[in-house]
Design a protein around this ligand. Structure first.
Ligand code: CMP
Length: 141
């Protein structure tokens, strides 16, 4: 089925001028970009987005990182978008990510600074898209 998923180009990739390279890879992989914007997250937005991780040992470092520079959030649409995007992202830790995946190519050698985020299920995709975009900001074409 045609699905939508949320992608975030994280601060390290933005600062290293990799927004365009990542978007090029997404479009080449046949994802349709149906919404996008750049946001400088505040503490409340970042903590709310990652609420499921609150209390975990990596939470504070994750939030600090996500506040360190703007991010680019995108809604991607394709057949089986959620699993298809997770495949091209690669493993959460760039050290474990397969060659040629986004995290291997645009993440640092540390799990916090992994370059990109993607929704992990249909439920989280719906929540995460609605977290950043209103219905009328998500396009069809
Ligand atoms: P992301 O897909 O954005 O979802 C949660 C983020 O927490 C993850 O990518 C990593 O950047 C970060 N993180 C840091 N340490 C860990 C860890 N040990 N396990 C999972 N995620 C981690």
């Amino acid at each position: 089925a045609i699905e939508r998923t949320l992608s975030i180009i994280k601060p390290n990739a933005v600062v290293k001028h990799n927004i365009g390279a990542i978007i090029q890879r997404l479009e080449a992989a046949n994802f349709k970009i149906v919404a996008t914007k750049m946001i400088k997250l505040n503490q409340e937005q970042a903590e709310g987005f990652y609420a499921e991780h609150k209390g975990k040992p990596f939470f504070d470092a994750l939030i600090d990182f996500m506040l360190s520079a703007p991010v680019v959030v995108l809604v991607l649409e394709s057949e089986s978008a959620i699993t298809a995007y997770r495949e091209i992202m690669g493993a959460t830790n760039p050290v474990d990510a397969a060659r040629g995946t986004l995290r291997a190519d645009y993440g640092e050698a540390h799990v916090t600074f992994n370059g990109v985020h993607g929704s992990d299920s249909p439920e989280s995709a719906a929540r995460e898209i609605a977290y950043f975009f209103s219905d009328n900001e998500v396009n069809s074409y």
